[in-house]
Design a protein around this ligand. Structure first.
Ligand code: SF4
Length: 245
């Protein structure tokens, strides 16, 4: 007789129920229909157009429940780091007057972003203040690579996000403070990210180019003509973009 209470069987029965509930919850949520400041560093401009239009992903490309749980872990880690910063004596603003995340909206609402927080005071080691704060929770391999090579080289999308947010939130005087929590060990990597006006100008031009093309109904060129290019392999619109069955 099959033992439906064995450890393995139980996980195999219960996890799909949780995952299905998470996926159903995700499907109820209204899709984002703007260019996200946190995404502008993504290299492929056509991919960002798909995001602006909330274009349906290729079959099997929607995030499964397990990945949705990973995303949720990112929110817990962010809340934990806020608490740890406060315990260490840092003053951190995480909500605007309306109780929402600090946000910006540009290009008639087609370009938006929300920051994790603004550090306004505290021990000198965490300064100079005020400064933007962005946090991620990442897997151990990525965390080690980030610790070795730095944010710009290892996670250019997050680096670009810091640049855009420093600019839009008027926090360019002092370097942003970026933190990354190692999801395995809970070690924290910290990096000061100085404002880079040239990069911001290039990112602004990119946002304008993408949104103008979207408004004109034009599709921007592919990043690669090869559907097996590594970035295309990860892309949620690979089949649609390359006209694959
Ligand atoms: S499949 Fe490749 S070229 Fe097409 S949108 Fe995705 S990353 Fe860009």
């Amino acid at each position: 007789m099959i033992d439906l209470t064995s450890k393995k069987m139980l996980s195999g029965r219960l996890n799909p129920i949780i995952d299905a509930a998470l996926e159903a919850e995700r499907d109820q949520q209204e899709a984002r229909r703007y260019l996200g400041g946190s995404r502008l560093g993504v290299e492929c401009e056509r991919q960002l157009q798909y995001e602006v239009f909330a274009t349906p992903k290729d079959p099997e490309k929607d995030f499964p429940g397990r990945i949705l749980r990973v995303f949720e872990r990112g929110h817990w880690a962010e809340a934990a780091v806020v608490r740890w910063l406060q315990l260490a004596g840092v003053t951190i603003l995480i909500e605007d007057e309306g109780g929402g995340q600090f946000g910006f909206s540009d290009f008639d609402g087609l370009f938006q972003g929300h920051c994790d927080g603004i550090l306004t005071g505290g021990p000198e080691s965490f300064g100079p203040f005020p400064r933007l704060w962005e946090n991620k929770c990442i897997k151990a391999d990525d965390w080690r690579a980030l610790s070795s090579h730095g944010l710009r080289k290892e996670k250019p999308v997050y680096w670009a996000q810091c640049q855009v947010y420093m600019d839009r939130f008027g926090l360019t005087e002092n370097p942003a403070l970026f933190s990354a929590v190692n999801a395995d060990t809970m070690e924290i990597y910290w990096e000061a990210v100085p404002h880079n006006p040239q990069a911001v100008a290039a990112l602004d031009a990119k946002a304008g180019r993408i949104l103008q093309a979207c408004l004109a109904g034009e599709q921007l060129p592919r990043l690669s003509q090869d559907p097996n290019f590594y970035q295309c392999k990860w892309c949620s619109w690979r089949k649609r973009c390359h006209g694959l069955a």
